[in-house]
Design a protein. Structure first.
Length: 548
């Protein structure tokens, strides 16, 4: 056997063994029982899933979102111009940390993004995480005197309005019922609640810290009163009212804290470098055995934080996220290391999502979901089943045709076809690419194209044999003369598939991927594998007749 022939066989064996190695995790996951899977070590199972062929959104089920960045509130043109790029990068970071395998996050047009999350189990959580603006601010809480003064002024204004309305109504009633005594009118009009309309709804005002406790059932009414223009006019321009993020249990009901904050932020999340979730310790019920988010600031943020905490010892510093106060710890001493915690989150999943959002950064502008599509796992399983059936039927028909029309040479082409499918699936596993329904269509198309090159070669060999040439010479001539035609045909299709991969999205991208891999693999099997088999059959002896 010639040296070149041995090298070919060695390359084929190496490629085949590598393919089996790459496909082993997929084969094991597909054949292992659910009981055995449950007994497997979680780390080993995770490694198998990581190395196995991934299924796309249309096969595995999941979520497809189209988002649009709202740039209407961005003032600067330059800021608005790159808002989509920054939002795309931030959302990509969030999705990567969310733990979804093979996600797709890409730009579509000027203001839109396409996001695909295969295998997603909690769509609502994903939407909240992706669209969250996450503006983190540190703001000082105003003291008891400021909050008490605001409440008193509010009661005075609201009570004055009610007194005027009361006098008007009383005058109307007197006109209607002039015989009625004034005392009976007074009994019907006015209560202590009307004299102090806002304070009546407040459970109590914390004299130590200055925040106000409001029962859950009274929150809508308090919100309505605070939104009145005459009440808003009482709030100083350097102050603002903010609700706590979570309901708290008090006695037998639920309450929320209402805080009066300094409007200007002392520090923002722009200086944040890391955020991690831990379980709090100690005796404080706000922290002990509760999920907390530990934050770390960069050098500049740490300097600012050190200055703010040093100058405001014994004051409350509210940690405000998206306009809600998550916690308002008292500053006990100067904090020079740039570390802080967020408490009062409630659930571990919420704490993890918050940490993800803080690490990834705040969106430069709000994003709106303009299209949402969820694919169920049952639809994906049905698509897989039909795709596999189509591939098997197509392969059987091609195999039978090749054996019927080209006899022994057709069997060689069929062997190359089987190797071609193994190589394509192994390449998908090795590249960690996702197999989609159009990807299966690309594989089915590859089945037909894989034997196309062999058909050209075999027809050339037949012509050479009819011309009276020997089997050895006919094989050499058939491969050499068909090679250029095969190369031209496959190159044009390969570049088309490459364009689909680069320009297309989602399913189109999957089709382009499998088509490119199939073309490259079919070229290898048709020219290298089948030629090596023919050379092995004719090496060292004279073959009088070829079954073709």
């Amino acid at each position: 056997m010639r040296r070149a022939q041995r090298i070919k066989i060695f390359i084929i064996i190496v490629v085949f063994l590598l393919s089996i190695w790459y496909l082993y995790p997929t084969l094991r996951l597909a054949t292992i029982s659910s009981e055995a899977r449950g007994k497997m070590d979680s780390g080993e199972l995770a490694r198998l899933k990581e190395r196995a062929v991934k299924l796309g959104l249309d096969l595995r089920g999941g979520m497809h979102l189209v988002l649009e960045v709202d740039k209407s509130k961005l003032s600067q043109k330059e800021e608005a111009r790159d808002a989509v790029d920054r939002a795309l990068e931030i959302i990509r970071n969030r999705v990567d940390q969310f733990g979804v395998s093979e996600p797709l996050v890409q730009r579509s047009g000027q203001d839109r993004m396409i996001i695909e999350l295969p295998g997603l189990q909690d769509p609502e959580r994903a939407k909240e995480l992706i669209g969250r603006t996450a503006l983190l601010e540190f703001k000082l809480v105003r003291d008891y005197k400021d909050m008490k003064a605001l409440l008193d002024k509010t009661d005075e204004v609201l009570s004055g309005d009610k007194e005027e309305k009361r006098k008007e109504e009383e005058a109307e009633l007197k006109e209607l019922f002039k015989e009625s005594p004034a005392g009976s009118l007074e009994a019907e009009m006015g209560t202590s609640e009307e004299e102090h309309p806002l304070s009546y709804l407040v459970e109590f005002l914390d004299q130590k810290n200055g925040q106000v406790m409001v029962p859950e059932e009274d929150i809508p009414q308090v919100d309505s009163l605070l939104s009145l223009p005459e009440v808003q006019a009482l709030i100083s321009q350097d102050m603002e009212l903010r609700w706590g993020a979570e309901y708290k249990t008090y006695r037998e009901g639920q309450i929320k804290w209402l805080y009066l904050l300094k409007k200007k932020s002392e520090l923002t999340g722009a200086y944040l470098t890391d955020a991690k979730v831990t379980i709090g310790g100690g005796l404080d019920p706000e922290i002990a055995n509760q999920p907390i988010v530990n934050m770390r600031l960069d050098k500049r943020g740490a300097r600012i934080f050190s200055r703010v905490t040093g100058a405001n010892i014994e004051r409350l510093l509210a940690i405000v996220l998206d306009g809600n106060v998550y916690s308002a710890p008292r500053i006990k001493s100067k904090i020079p290391d740039g570390r802080a915690i967020i408490t009062g989150i409630g659930k571990m999943t919420e704490a993890k999502d918050l940490a993800i959002v803080l690490r990834a950064g705040a969106l430069p502008a709000p994003v709106n979901i303009i299209e949402e599509r969820t694919v169920g796992p049952s639809l994906g399983e049905d698509s897989i089943r039909k795709g596999i059936h189509a591939a098997i039927i197509g392969m059987i028909l091609v195999v039978l045709f090749m054996v019927f029309y080209y006899k022994g040479a057709g069997l060689i082409a069929d062997l190359a076809l089987i190797l071609n499918l193994i190589f394509v699936m192994a390449a998908l596993a090795g590249l960690r690419a996702a197999l989609t329904l159009p990807g299966i269509a690309g594989i089915i198309l590859t089945i037909g194209m894989a034997v196309d090159a062999n058909v050209l070669i075999f027809e050339r060999i037949r012509e050479e044999l009819r011309a009276g040439k020997t089997v050895r010479v006919a094989i050499d001539a058939g491969y050499s003369r068909a090679f250029r035609t095969i190369l031209d045909a496959n190159l044009t299709t390969f570049f088309t598939a490459l364009i689909l991969y680069l320009v297309g999205t989602g399913p189109v991208k999957g089709f382009g991927t499998t088509l490119m891999l199939g073309i490259a693999s079919s070229m290898f099997t048709a020219i290298v594998v089948t030629r090596a088999i023919f050379d092995s059959l004719t090496a060292g002896r004279e073959v009088a007749r070829l079954s073709i």
